[in-house]
Design a protein around this ligand. Structure first.
Ligand SMILES: C[S@@+](CC[C@H](N)C(=O)[O-])C[C@H]1O[C@@H](n2cnc3c(N)ncnc32)[C@H](O)[C@@H]1O
Length: 177
């Protein structure tokens, strides 16, 4: 849900008394530690040059710039047994590496004291001239083992034509040990 949609839902359901908004970069405006749940769909597109980037999508050259920060700091901000929920592109490597030298999500979560509990599927079509399409050369360079999906939900190699293909963007639920 977009922040503006969340705002509308809060108003429609008259529950604004129970919400507090803090505006800022990642955890910067937060001074409370004992969260039960942290959810994020942060910018994570691998984009090599800042001049090509939009703030909405730019995740640094390998996509992990903000995700990594969220995973490391969530371990500090969550209570024991708290949940960290992340929307993350499958091509960054979820359970296995899609680049020999770049740790996958599962490794990063385990190092920071989390274990993956569940995963909800979400597929997004690669639109011609959309952000994934535009970043494809960088994705291919950094993640040569990544795969996309065709109409029959079969994996296709990143070296194939990905126009009209689908990118898997699951919602990963993890728990702090
Ligand atoms: C893929 S969009 C997702 C937007 C929205 N959360 C949603 O799920 O529809 C990524 C969002 O991360 C935000 N973002 C990028 N850098 C950020 C930062 N340092 N702190 C907080 N948000 C950031 C961008 O403004 C953008 O809205």
């Amino acid at each position: 849900m977009d922040t503006s949609d969340l705002g509308k839902q809060i108003l429609i359901n008259s529950i604004s008394q129970r919400f507090k908004n803090n505006l800022g970069s990642l955890f910067e405006p937060i001074n409370f530690q004992n969260f039960d749940l942290i959810m994020s769909n942060v910018a994570q597109m691998p984009i090599d040059r800042i001049s090509q980037a939009t703030f909405h999508d730019h995740g640094g050259f390998d996509g992990w710039l903000y995700l990594d920060d969220i995973i490391r700091k969530s371990s500090f901000f969550l209570v024991r047994g708290g949940y960290l929920v992340l929307m993350i592109f499958d091509f960054l490597g979820i359970h296995e590496r899609t680049s020999k030298s770049i740790p996958c999500l599962q490794e990063r979560l385990e190092i920071n004291g989390f274990r993956i509990l569940d995963e909800y599927s979400y597929y997004k079509k690669v639109r011609k001239n959309g952000q994934t399409y535009r970043a494809i050369q960088q994705i291919k360079k950094i993640y040569p083992l990544a795969t996309f999906y065709n109409f029959n939900n079969e994996r296709i190699s990143i070296s194939e034509n990905i126009e009209e293909a689908f990118v898997y963007l699951p919602c990963i639920i993890s728990k702090k040990k």
